[in-house]
Design a protein around this ligand. Sequence first.
Ligand SMILES: [Zn+2]
Length: 281
Amino acid sequence: MTLPGGLFRDGNLHLDYRFKPVTGVLERAFAESGLNTDTLPRQVSRVLASSLAELGGLAVDEDLVRALSAGDRQYLMRQLEALIDPGPRWTTVVCRGCEEFIQFQVEPGDLPVKRAGTGYPHQAIQLTQGEAWVRVVTGADEEALARDVGDAESGIHYLLQRLVTVGGSPVDPRRLSESDFQAIDDLLDKMSPQPALTALVECPYCQLAQDAVLDPCAWLARESSALDQDVHLLALHYHWSEQDILSLSRSRREIYLRLIEQSLGRYRADDLIREAAGRRR
Ligand SMILES: [Zn+2]
């Protein structure tokens, strides 16, 4: 598997990555990744650091996944969702025209991805104040932005100071012209890898075509409560410890859950037959 952008270390571009096998232990780590973490970018760093087995032969830790571009991180979060639960899923949005619910199917592993463009991850650009260097947004930028900045206006200035340098020093955003802003924006668009964050859907009621937002991190919140239910059911029926249940792969866990469902169905059927036999006696 390769990243759409990749990580430069010691002059080499590292593209290959591999996830660990998904077991309950890993899913528990996802479920608990939000504890004592006040921002989503921090949570994403935790999730990726705990789930990647390797990244271009480099040792994976939170600092490494923080150095990844924002697009690579979004891409990895989506691939992780596809790994945990492959196959299509239903998504619901409210129509912007008639406000009816639109349902459509999404397959996370199959969504389009724009690979990094020429110059990635940093390139020179001509601004009104002279030559400048622009680099793509990383996880570290996302974390800092979420931690330090409240509103969007100061967020843009904060981000530009991190991404753009003139003569080796952070740019002064107040000195950027309208065309400078545009040129930086265009260059970042061109350079940055980016998984699709929207899908074009047509409302079946009013036929309005519109972009539906696809959040690559939305699955994180759903994971936690579903896992607790699975553990509860398996512990109840097999009397296994939480540790034992969490060490099962997701597919093994689902097989046992199906067996429980089947046996519950059979017991109920047996009860009915026994009841009926009892009445006849
Ligand atoms: Zn509509």
